[in-house]
Design a protein around this ligand. Structure first.
Ligand code: LLP
Length: 432
């Protein structure tokens, strides 16, 4: 009935997540509040982890892209489920390390990592630093030499695939701030250079072709492009990589009408391409990494709000204003992102109205959804926006000095806070 499996309706007609009544959660923790179903997150992580065993014979690692949702408890959950973690900043790295996440299972991304971030990565023995450009390679090699360490690295490659057009295309991606281009020869140049550096160990190459991708073909093509490059590098330098990182980007369902391909199908098809291509090109089968973010947490989370003013503008539209908005979910303002919206305390009623859900920020564009179907609501009702688990908490801001909402996790109907609500004291703490 809903886009996410962990959402249902109970006997009181209230929306539930992970078996817990969302109206009760709103009462207990206040609104706005992010709520996650822990079992759903664990189920998704386990599915990715196990698929590496099933399709790559255990010769691989699923690495959770923590930019989708990062906090200490999420890092602990990944650790318990045996996945790796992808971090993209000193802050995400710090969070993972602070709960004792094994550094050799951390992948560090970013197109402009600072000296301090690179130093922290080397110092802590991060397993794979994904180097984005020659400047970074040189800095990293210097840092590793100074610290007497060897830095495990991968290069981020632009495989030249634009998966965001309807019919994905295999050109035109040279214009990206991320990674090394194939066309210009800079990827090959970087590889040659790294092979002369005693303080870095080049483990393999990485690509990430985009996010919220529904088709499997672009992923298959990316794997082919990468392995062709592996072959070219082997032929030209004699060096054969041990690893291949194929990135993340698997799409999830935000609306009932959307039909992403099942992950198992992705794994089956892409692993078949990797195997076949390696055989054909005479390459050894690499250790394969994947980096799912959205698909781990997106559908496992919702955001609860309280309805304030309901403003009906005759013949124009009805604005339903909530006590959150673009500060806790900037995705509609940024990307026109789709969401399913439900009145949590009237979930069993028909969604008979067409409304615009507006936030409380001082900005006309602060909308959560336009022309969406919703039950007839009144002030005090609880609104649930579904599938907000990915890139909502992580992209939240203090715009208008609004404190960030807390994160609550539900497991088998029992809830607990994993990130506390910010206070006014907290957001003024650094003011002098
Ligand atoms: N690996 C790399 C190198 C990435 O850059 C990303 C996402 C991922 C993995 C995870 O991709 P996912 O599986 O989550 O699609 N803020 C945007 C999404 C930005 C994605 C950035 N990179 C949004 O809210 O839709």
């Amino acid at each position: 009935m809903y886009v996410s499996d962990c959402i249902s309706i109970n006997g009181s007609g209230n929306l539930t997540i992970g078996g817990a009544d969302t109206v009760e959660i709103a009462k207990e923790y206040g609104t706005p509040v992010y709520v996650f179903d822990e079992n759903e997150i664990r189920k998704n992580l386990a599915a990715f982890r196990d698929s590496m065993n099933e399709y790559y014979g255990g010769n691989g690692l699923a690495v959770y892209a923590s930019k989708a949702f990062c906090c200490k408890e999420m890092c602990r959950i990944c650790m318990q489920e045996g996945t790796g973690i992808d971090v993209v900043s000193g802050g995400e790295l710090y969070t993972a390390l602070s709960v004792g996440f094994p550094a050799d299972k951390i992948v560090f991304h970013g197109n402009n990592k600072t000296f301090d971030e690179l130093s922290a990565a080397v110092e802590n023995g991060v397993g794979r630093i994904v180097v984005d450009n020659i400047t970074e390679l040189e800095t990293l090699s210097r840092i590793a030499a100074e610290k007497g360490r060897t830095a495990g690295i991968m290069f981020r490659i632009k495989p030249g695939i634009d998966a965001h057009t309807h019919d994905f295309i295999k050109t035109g991606q040279i214009d990206s701030k991320f990674g090394f281009a194939l066309e210009t020869g800079e990827a090959m140049e970087a590889v040659r250079k790294a092979l002369t550096m005693p303080d870095v160990k080049l483990r393999g190459l990485h690509c990430h072709i985009g996010s919220q991708i529904f088709d499997i073909d672009p992923f298959e093509l990316a794997a082919e492009v990468m392995l062709n490059l592996y072959k070219q590098i082997k032929d030209e330098t004699g060096y054969e990589f041990d690893e291949l990182n194929l990135g993340g980007g698997f799409g999830i369902k935000y609306l009932e009408s959307e039909q992403p391909k099942p992950y198992a199908e992705y794994m089956k098809n892409v692993s078949a391409v990797v195997r076949a291509r390696c055989e054909e090109l005479g390459l050894k089968m690499p250790f394969v990494l994947i980096e799912p973010g959205r698909s781990v947490v997106g559908a496992a989370g919702i955001t609860l709000y309280t309805v304030g003013a309901v403003k009906d503008i005759p013949d124009i539209r009805t604005y339903v204003s909530i006590d959150g908005g673009m500060a806790d979910n900037p995705r509609y303002a940024l990307y026109n992102a789709d969401y399913e919206v439900v009145c949590a305390n009237k979930a069993a009623e028909e969604r008979s109205e067409t409304v615009t859900v507006a936030g409380k920020c001082c900005e006309s564009g602060d909308l959560i959804q336009e022309n969406t179907k919703l039950q007839k609501v009144e002030p005090g009702d609880i609104l649930a926006v579904l599938s907000t688990g990915a890139y909502n908490y992580s992209m939240a801001s203090n715009y208008n000095r609004i404190p960030r909402p807390p994160v609550v996790m539900v497991k088998d109907g029992v809830s607990r806070v994993v990130v506390k609500r910010e206070t006014y004291e907290k957001i003024t703490e650094n003011d002098i």
